[in-house]
Design a protein around this ligand. Sequence first.
Ligand code: CP
Ligand code: NVA
Length: 302
Amino acid sequence: MENLLTGMEMSQQQALDLIALGKDLKANPGKYSQVLAGKSVVTLFEKESLRTRVTFDIGVNKLGGHSVYLDQTNGAMGSREDVKDFAANISRWADCIVARVYDHNTLLEMQQHSRVPVINSLCDLYHPCQAMADFLTISEQYDDVSKVKLAYIGDGNNVTHSLFIAAAILGATVTAVCPIGHSPDAQIMKMAEGIAAKTGGRINVTNNLEDIKGYDVVYGDTWLSMGDTTPLAEIKAKFMPYQINQALLNFTGIKHVLHCQPAHRGLDITSDVMDGPASLIFDQAENRMHIQNAIMLTLINK
Ligand code: CP
Ligand code: NVA
């Protein structure tokens, strides 16, 4: 595994090793305080971020390394200079590139022209660091993640795709419950199903909340992803029945709640659930840092 662009680069053993390393980094930070000494990571953002920006920055620091944040004020990628030159230059100075981009193809081009590992920190199609943090969080509650049934509710998007891929690799079950017209990408689902066929994982899509009765974990995301300019008023009525609220937890019997955040209280999730006993949402946000440190350590110090 040399890069992390889609998540499909990982074998099941590599995914389990990353989760185990993430847990050890969390439990024993002192052991890892200098493992990236002398190393530099460039984090590059075409889109907004709170969690990803801060967790990579502080995360690199906790491993003894140095991070450089680049946003679009330094010249939009592909505009001031070509993406390939951007990547070729950065990889002569840095030991790893972390990039949040609009178009997955930008990451493919960066990888092609980079001498150092490239990590996808969200694009239009995937959010692999998020999904690995999610399964680390689940594994803190359930000994065997392959037995866990997770229901993703909302728009079929980058987060849904990465949950499918991670679940397929780990042999878990993910059902996406999406309003009509908002299903995940059929091609990515097919690829995830191909992986799941070998691991015993299950990937499903439905628009019926009845189908997730008896599931273990429910997972939410924003109804409108970054870059989607659809007015909220246009989709609100369609998405409201899919809100994560106490009635949904009562109806399904689901015990744990995840949300990648940013959350929109009163829309995709209610405040009582987000702040309530079923919520693992802030553990999940903390775990972004631990799993990303595991990923960087694995890719940089190969
Ligand atoms: N979940 C997540 O990636 O959050 P940010 O967009 O704030 O980085
Ligand atoms: N699907 C969301 C995830 C944000 C972390 C988006 O792409 O905006």
